[in-house]
Design a protein. Structure first.
Ligand code: SF4
Length: 495
């Protein structure tokens, strides 16, 4: 009964044109094939368009996907970093994933949580356990969570709402300063649902709603997601974020699981998804994710992947996504090894997770080694948040825990407009400094604090020298007052 109730056909059909969705495979393959040996001057023109913060046309992204010259790749990588700095400055936003349940009715071939893999170890966290997990994550210094739910009647939308309420109710004393700390933004990664259910999530105060298409290639999608399961409906998933927009959730996040099909095709799929959202709602995705398949227990597919993406191609796809969708945040996760994460941060990634535990209940059970049987995939960077923050500070990036945007109404179309005019980055720089100040006082180890203090002084000097702020003395006055108040012990101040 529960399964029958889920897919609301009208909510898909209203978006189809002539019965077709927006992924035209023949067209995408032709665009990639017709863009072979692109003229370097054409590529340079594309880089200039991206530097003016415009979403690229599919033909332009297809041309970038066909570049082979190493010299031209140097120019592409340089432009990708410039676009990132223009829109997002030198910030890295941190978050932690919290896996709430590993019960799932689907049978995705690549996933350790699939139904066929079900045993007595599968479970769903109680609200008391959610509270304990949240306490542990807050104690690390996090302010943003992404709550991850399997698709199952026990983790339905009411369970999600209860979980969000629990997360927002937890307060802790920070270990170094004793100041009050909490989670300020809970994002959701959950199965597609109807607009009516999505409205409940909106009312519960979620930040971003994230649904990965996994693969945009229809045949591959149907192969790895058996069609007798809920996830087997490609279009229900493809339009999940359109329904979210209909429900008033305008911060949405897209992603593909790289390794299921040709990576160039998936990049084009992510771009077409962006363009369709922009055309229909005037706003594209808040973030784009591009995890690569890693081994999962009980998954035969993860050892047999004809489309596995090499590190070199991974770097290329990050740079091309940065240029193709200049306003979207790009997320590199702890699936990747630290060295590669460092490299892609310099190619345009803007967000990452740290202190990541992906087992159910793994933050609070204090295990250092996680049991693969309880996890969806394996992680490549198990380092603590403090270690990663120190590393990115050494690279010249400021860590941000800012959650001001959605609390000040800077979401959806508003934030995208500000990002495309490179204005949001200016607010974010102020908020990054304020939240980094909190982190340094509340959580940082002595080593991280030493490096962080130098960095924060440099950031403040840049802010003081920035003409945009010089023209807005009231904003600067407020910033200076809030910075001082944080030093005196106040918390959760933002602009
Ligand atoms: Fe379930 Fe998601 Fe795993 Fe598929 S990928 S089996 S939907 S948890």
């Amino acid at each position: 009964e529960w399964k029958k109730d889920v897919i609301v056909r009208d909510e898909i059909d209203k978006y189809l044109i002539d019965g077709k969705d927006f992924i035209d495979e023949e067209k995408i393959h032709a665009q990639i094939a017709n863009a072979k040996n692109p003229d370097p001057e054409y590529i340079r023109g594309i880089l200039q368009k991206s530097l003016s913060i415009k979403t690229l046309a599919p033909e332009e992204t297809a041309a970038l996907l066909n570049v082979e010259s190493p010299e031209l790749w140097d120019e592409i990588n340089e432009a990708a970093l410039q676009v990132k700095k223009k829109v997002y400055d030198n910030r890295i936003v941190f978050f932690a994933p919290l896996y709430c349940s590993n019960l799932c009715v689907n049978n995705c071939e690549y996933c350790g949580f699939r139904e066929e893999n079900c045993d007595e170890k599968r479970r769903i966290l109680t609200q008391d356990e959610i509270r304990k997990e949240t306490e542990s994550v807050i104690d690390e210094g996090h302010k943003r969570l992404i709550l991850v739910f399997g698709e199952h009647p026990r983790s339905d939308v009411d369970y999600m709402v209860d979980t969000i309420n629990t997360v927002y109710s937890v307060y802790r004393d920070a270990p170094v300063s004793g100041r009050e700390a909490n989670i300020r933004r809970a994002n959701i990664n959950a199965a597609p649902m109807s607009s009516a259910k999505l409205k409940k999530l909106k009312e519960a105060g979620i930040g971003t709603y994230q649904v990965f298409q996994e693969t945009y290639h229809h045949e591959t999608y149907n192969k790895v997601h058996p069609t007798n399961t809920l996830k087997g409906d490609y279009r229900w998933r493809l339009y999940a974020l359109h329904r979210a927009m209909d429900a008033g959730l305008d911060d949405v996040a897209i992603g593909a699981l790289f390794g299921l099909y040709d990576w160039r095709f998936e990049v084009m799929g992510l771009l077409y998804h962006t363009i369709d959202l922009e055309n229909r709602f005037g706003v594209g995705p808040h973030t784009i994710s591009f995890p690569r398949i890693t081994p999962a227990s009980g998954s035969s597919l993860s050892n047999n992947l004809p489309h596995q993406v090499s590190d070199e191609d991974f770097k290329k796809l990050v740079a091309i996504l940065r240029l193709s969708v200049p306003t979207a945040g790009l997320i590199v996760t702890a699936r990747e090894q630290p060295e590669l994460k460092r490299e892609v941060i310099n190619l345009g990634c803007t967000q990452t997770d740290a202190s990541t535990r992906i087992g159910i209940g793994a933050y609070s059970d204090q295990k250092t080694e996680e049991d693969l049987d309880k996890k969806q995939f394996t992680i490549g960077d198990p380092r603590d948040l403090d270690d990663v923050i120190r590393e990115v500070a050494e690279l010249g990036y400021i860590s941000s825990f800012c959650t001001a945007g959605y609390r000040c109404g800077r979401t959806g179309e508003t934030i995208m407009g500000m990002l495309s005019h490179c204005v949001e980055g200016k607010f974010c720089k102020l908020n990054a400094v304020l939240t980094f100040r909190e982190y340094l006082n509340d959580y940082a180890s002595p080593e991280t604090k030493a490096i962080g203090e130098e960095l924060i002084l440099k950031e403040i000097a840049e802010i003081e020298a920035e003409p945009y702020f010089a023209e807005r003395p009231h904003l600067m006055e407020k910033f200076r007052a809030e910075y001082k108040d944080i030093l005196l012990g106040k918390r959760d101040l933002y602009l």
